[in-house]
Ligand binder design. Sequence first.
Ligand SMILES: O=C(O)CCC(=O)C(=O)O
Ligand SMILES: [Fe+2]
Length: 220
Amino acid sequence: MMIMIANVLDADNLQWLRDNMRKTRYVDGRRTTGREARTVKRNEQVDRSDPLLAEMQDLVVDRLLDNALFRMATRPHVVRPPLFSRYDAGMAYGSHVDDAIMGGMRTDVSVTVFLSEPEDYDGGELVIESAAGEQDVKLPAGSAVCYPTTSLHRVAPVVSGERLAAVTWVRSLVRDADARELLFDLETARHALFERLGKTPELDLLAKTQSNLLRRWAED
Ligand SMILES: O=C(O)CCC(=O)C(=O)O
Ligand SMILES: [Fe+2]
């Protein structure tokens, strides 16, 4: 399941991150990438040793974990410290699959938090491949897209302007994407029924089912 989440970051968060990204040091994005993906990656990333990076990473991870939709969709166990990237005109990241293990952690869900407004750059869509075809994703600044790390994907060439993004990976309590979707749907239906009818015996059964499926599938 792919899901878009609006307003993960507010205007103040965005301003602060963009101001910092004007001050940070960058390295060639190929430095953090495996042999094959490196051949198609053309971007810049905030240097791992930059003193501003840790606070930027903490802000994005905290804002993701504060977001109820993010927690429902990804069932996070661990969220990796994000990479902050910039793409100028001509930069792109060709088709690739993200590493299955990063820093010893299995990666289940890939996340891009958009930091530039869509009108500030041409091109630069995140293109996610699935059996149903390709989906172009270009969201307002502060919004995030979450998609299974099993997917091939790419960043289309930026034609003009600058694309800033924070990218991270989630190790989910629920490894299987179909199981995560099932739990997401159950919980969504449960919340909607509660809003409409209050706490009924049928709702209790749904809550029991959701809880017991999560207990069955969760790996902690
Ligand atoms: O910038 C993005 O939206 C995704 C980047 C990406 O695919 C990666 O870093 O592996
Ligand atoms: Fe990727």
